[in-house]
Write a protein that binds this ligand. Structure first.
Ligand code: FMN
Length: 176
């Protein structure tokens, strides 16, 4: 288990997974608990999480998502969704779902899993295609699909810090 801020700096998108290493119920519960700790507008928590560890479903998802071939080797996937019956503003559903997605990615990393965020929102054709797998009703708006498994690749930490993107007190006054 990684601790504290190390998790933030070492998370990477992991697209290769160990075969035959299942994710236990405890770990699934842990990452979903973290997802549901995310901030949400007016604390509505308007999300749902469609979870699969079924090989046929993972294979089908890999065929349906245009950039989701890694799902073929994934151990599980989580589709983070918003519910228009809980929050009518679609933009809020997307933002809240994004916050939950990032929490889930960080929790997965801290538990020794590898994961990658696959884009769903706002592509309606992807949402419609994946209804075949999860059978969700019209009020459910998929925000992201997360491919998860124990990592079979290692990546260095990102060095994305760009001082020129930081504007101190006003636009144009850069950091250092
Ligand atoms: C909204 C969003 C959509 C993404 N969609 C995909 C995707 O469809 N397929 C994929 O392999 N990665 C996808 N990614 C992952 C990005 O490619 C990845 O985060 C980026 O290249 C930076 O790499 P890192 O996560 O290792 O820092 C997506 C990320 C975000 C935030």
């Amino acid at each position: 288990m990684l601790q504290n801020s190390e998790i933030l700096f070492t998370r990477r998108s992991i697209r290769k997974y160990k075969k035959d290493k299942p994710v236990s119920d405890d770990v699934v519960g842990f990452i979903l608990d973290a997802a549901m700790c995310a901030p949400s507008a007016r604390n509505k928590q308007p999300w749902h999480f469609l979870v699969t560890r079924n090989r046929q479903k993972l294979d089908k998802l890999s065929e349906l998502h245009p950039y989701g071939k890694m799902l073929k080797d994934a151990t599980m996937a989580v589709m983070v969704c918003g519910d228009t019956k809980l929050e009518e503003r679609e933009s809020a559903l997307a933002l809240n779902g994004a916050a939950a997605t990032q929490n889930l990615l960080l929790a997965a990393h801290s538990a020794g899993l590898g994961a990658v965020w696959l884009g769903m929102y706002p592509r309606k054709e992807r949402a419609d295609a994946m209804r075949e797998v999860f059978d969700y009703p019209e009020n459910i708006i998929p925000v992201s699909l997360i491919s998860i498994g124990y990592p079979a690749e290692e990546k260095p930490r990102n060095n994305n810090f760009k001082p020129e993107r930081i504007h101190l007190e006003k636009w144009g006054e850069n950091w250092q």
